[in-house]
Design a binder for this molecule. Structure first.
Ligand SMILES: [Zn+2]
Length: 584
């Protein structure tokens, strides 16, 4: 063989290799996730991507200038074209799942950049981003404390220009968005001036003060601007309307169903759950209120509300105390972990990086009960946090009592199962073992919401079906109430965003149909106006997980529950229709 022939053969081999659609696609996927993360250095810090193109992302804030937004638009449009010529038919099932995630993410970003225009109307976007930009380096221990403090200082130096650009961008905003931005900005001021200031090492004090002074001034000016300027330009609508909502629903939920069909399904399901609740409540009601004669004089919804309501009321009497609340949550966590092991429901993650801690103070406005903060996808060892929001010492007794009744003995256990084990913590940990890293990053940053929230609901149901808390009917009824709430969440999101449901209609619906207290219903209404396509995740996800399990069981048999959980969780947060494909 001549030398020329050898060279030619090598050339042919490399080009054949590059034409392998899977290799080609992986390179694209990798480029997509890293480039889009570089558009948001704030998000990048949170998932553990610190360097990109020789830039230290931890020192930067997001570029929200018109030129920056235009760069994003161009990237998404160009990428869409590059994906269109990909031979999708010859990709593996794993690649196709990632392709769907990327395509939907592009469509979602373009919908926002071209039509919804969040940057022009949503002040909470800037305030929350700035809060996260400063908060993450202060709690995620990706580097020694002094160097993370330098990241914070670098970001503080950029805060005045960032907020200035926000003012230039914002054209108008609905009242509710401005109100919430004001509250959150107040939280950011406290975060910088108190929480972070208290952590600054001695030798960095002068540098910190020099950056924090102008940043705090800019944040206070932004507060005035929100209150005295933007608040008067309130002619924007938080409702997406049918057309935009339908598309956002498709791209962000990826459930294969449309809003109208989802609404009809949720409303039918709701009637069934209420019937089941009455069946569960009647025997308890007879024991608890022997003189009430089953309220046989009432009928229909009125009787359901009376009987179920009275039983829920009595169930709420068994609850924790302000002092023991945290400890009770920790004890519930141990109990849930032991039950998962005893019943072999799944293989628990091996890293022991879960910490149960009080919700950070500036986050307590949003996480009034608790929440879960997953370990960064690229740095899982940094730890995951189950936040439990303590009951403030200065709350009057009646308010404490009301919250403890809501988060009673049963509900606190459900919260721990949902947020931690086998819910969000277990799911997030197993997803953090996905390989290769670019796939893990993609399925974490752009992970499917219904997969994540649906898993937590589905897993809770599995726990109860397997006999958690000895088939307690009180627990079953408490969980059925949660089921109603999940359905109610989907219904109000679709009706408010797409069908012009009024505030009063939404509040009446939640209070009279789903046993939510006034304070809770008011909070939920606010959340529905701040987000869209977020509240239906629970219902669509739960339904999706049930379907995938049914398929799996039909194909492989009843006894494979733990095997199903291990395999399904090992995929990471893919859209649920794709999960079904991957497990075939
Ligand atoms: Zn959740």
């Amino acid at each position: 063989m001549s030398r020329f022939a050898v060279i030619l053969a090598v050339l042919l081999m490399t080009s054949a290799c590059n034409r392998d659609p899977s290799v080609q696609f992986q390179a694209l996927s990798d480029e997509f996730v890293n480039t889009t993360l570089s558009f948001s250095p704030i998000t990048a810090t949170g998932v553990g991507l610190h360097q990109y193109n020789n830039q230290n992302l931890d020192d930067l804030l997001d570029d929200v200038s018109p030129a920056g937004l235009d760069r994003q638009r161009q990237f998404y449009q160009g990428f869409q074209k590059r994906l269109a010529v990909l031979p999708a038919g010859s990709l593996t099932a794993q690649d196709r799942a990632d392709l769907t995630i990327i395509q939907d993410q592009i469509a979602l970003s373009l919908l926002d950049l071209d039509e919804v225009h969040s940057h022009l109307h949503n002040p909470t976007l800037y305030v929350e981003a700035l809060g996260n930009a400063l908060f993450n380096p202060s709690v995620l221990e990706y580097a020694p404390k002094p160097s993370r403090m330098k990241n914070i200082i670098a970001r503080l130096q950029k805060a005045p220009a960032y907020l200035d650009q926000a003012r230039k961008n914002l054209a108008s905003a609905p009242d509710i968005w401005t109100t919430v931005a004001l509250e959150e900005n107040e939280g950011n001021l406290a975060l910088v001036d108190q929480t972070i200031r208290a952590e600054v090492p001695q030798d960095l004090r002068p540098e910190f003060d020099a950056a924090a002074g102008p940043a705090l001034d800019a944040m206070r000016q932004f507060q005035d601007y929100l209150k005295n300027d933007l608040a008067h330009r309130n002619n924007a609508d938080w409702r997406l309307g049918r057309d935009r909502y339908t598309r956002k629903f498709r791209y962000s939920l990826e459930s294969g169903t449309e809003p109208d069909a989802t609404l009809a399904e949720a409303e039918q399901e709701m009637a069934r759950v209420r019937v089941r609740m009455l069946e569960l409540a009647l025997p308890l009601h007879r024991t608890m209120y022997p003189g009430h004669k089953d309220h046989a004089d009432l009928a229909g919804t009125e009787r359901e509300n009376k009987v179920i309501g009275e039983v829920l009321d009595r169930i709420a009497e068994r609850h924790s105390t302000r002092e023991s609340y945290m400890e009770d949550a920790r004890r519930d966590l141990d109990e849930a972990r032991a039950f998962v092991q005893e019943k072999h429901l799944l293989t628990l993650p091996t890293r022991s990086n879960l910490q149960v801690i009080p919700t950070p103070e500036f986050m307590r406005g949003i996480y009034s009960v608790g929440g879960f903060s997953p370990a960064p996808a690229l740095e899982p060892q940094l730890g995951a946090f189950y936040w439990v929001t303590p009951l403030p010492a200065d709350w009057p007794k009646a308010r404490v009592e009301s919250k403890l009744r809501e988060y009673n003995f049963y509900k606190l256990k459900l919260l721990t199962i949902h947020e931690a084990i086998p819910g969000h913590y277990v799911q997030g940990e197993i997803a953090n073992d996905v390989q290769p890293k670019s796939r893990r990053l993609l399925r974490s940053v752009y992970g499917n919401g219904p997969y994540v929230e649906g898993w937590a609901e589905y897993a809770t149901q599995v726990m109860l079906n397997q006999g958690f808390l000895n088939q307690s009917p009180e627990m079953a009824l408490t969980f059925a109430k949660e089921d109603l709430r999940v359905l109610g969440n989907a219904i109000i999101d679709i009706r408010l965003q797409m069908l012009n449901m009024t505030d009063q209609e939404a509040l009446d619906f939640m209070e009279k149909q789903t046993f939510q207290e006034k304070e809770e219903a008011t909070g939920k209404l606010q959340r529905a106006k701040l987000s869209s396509c977020q509240l239906p995740m629970y219902f669509l996800g739960w339904r999706g997980w049930r379907r995938v399990w049914e398929e799996y069981r039909t194909a492989r048999g009843e006894g494979r529950l733990s095997d199903f959980h291990d395999r399904a969780l090992a995929q990471g947060a893919v859209p649920l229709p794709a999960l079904g494909q991957l497990l075939r």
